[in-house]
Design a protein around this ligand. Sequence first.
Ligand code: UDP
Ligand code: MG
Length: 314
Amino acid sequence: MTYPVVSVVIPVYNEEEGLAALFARLYPALDALGTPYEVIFVNDGSRDRSPQILADQFHARPDVTRVVLFDGNFGQHRAIMAGFEHARGQRIITLDADLQNPPEDIKVLLDKMDEGYDYVGSIRRQRNDSLWRHVASRMMNNLRERITRIKMTDQGCMFRAYSRRIIDTINQCQEMHTFIPALAYQFAQNPTEVVVGHEERFAGESKYSLYSLIRLNFDLMTGFSIVPLQFFSMLGMAISLLSGILVIYLAARRLIIGPEEGGLFTLFGIAFFLIGIALFGIGMLGEYTGRIYQEVRRRPRYMIAAVLEERDET
Ligand code: UDP
Ligand code: MG
């Protein structure tokens, strides 16, 4: 059997309505490339008919299709990670199952890689998302770029291409909560971005609520930087410094002018001083806990029920 040059990794979660349309466009687009390829679907514990549809597709195109079936819903990024562990190609593409990115544009990403880039990100041509999502993602982008120093014009777009070297490095990472494009960016030597098409979701609905968008951005910032923790201890330090000055000032007044009506404020001053120190202490603890936390996450990230693939004859 020929080894694939291109691996396409697609996480699938409750996408039964859209899968047929995806197959109908994805396979012809990949056949047209003229390079050996494989498609790796990772079913992230769908509760609809997606697993059966994927199994049927495996039986229809077993030479180029592999299906990893999870034992539960572990999230899009862990599904992609599992796909990476099974990918054998020299170039790995991640693509959503919902046809929001045209599979025909895989060629655009690969052509860019031919120019010598090892990471090709994507920017959606015109965003068909709602206005609030547009504004929210703009703001999050700015904040994230400042905190993590990861440059990504369009963080919401998972349609990207990575070199084998980057994927091998990602496969060595044991992080529980991560964001693949950001993780890959850190390992890339020569990253770039291209503009790709973007369409309305073909079928089904977005799996991401406002809450999980916020969660994702938290993971991004705490997973790729300890700046938030450091900011917290700086805040505590500033408060203790300011209230320390206040305490000295009030003590001086007490000694020079004598007891005043505002004795209550002396108490406030001292209380604020102590609160400032307490905040600082919590921040310090947080810094250490954060570091330890980064080290000890060693739980299995997902459970695989089955893998549908053709046996290697070798
Ligand atoms: N997905 C997944 N597990 C989840 C949520 C989503 O594997 O828990 C998959 C989903 O099937 C799709 C991709 O991740 O292929 C992106 O999901 P979605 O289109 O809902 O996200 P959006 O495009 O709105 O960011
Ligand atoms: Mg989508």
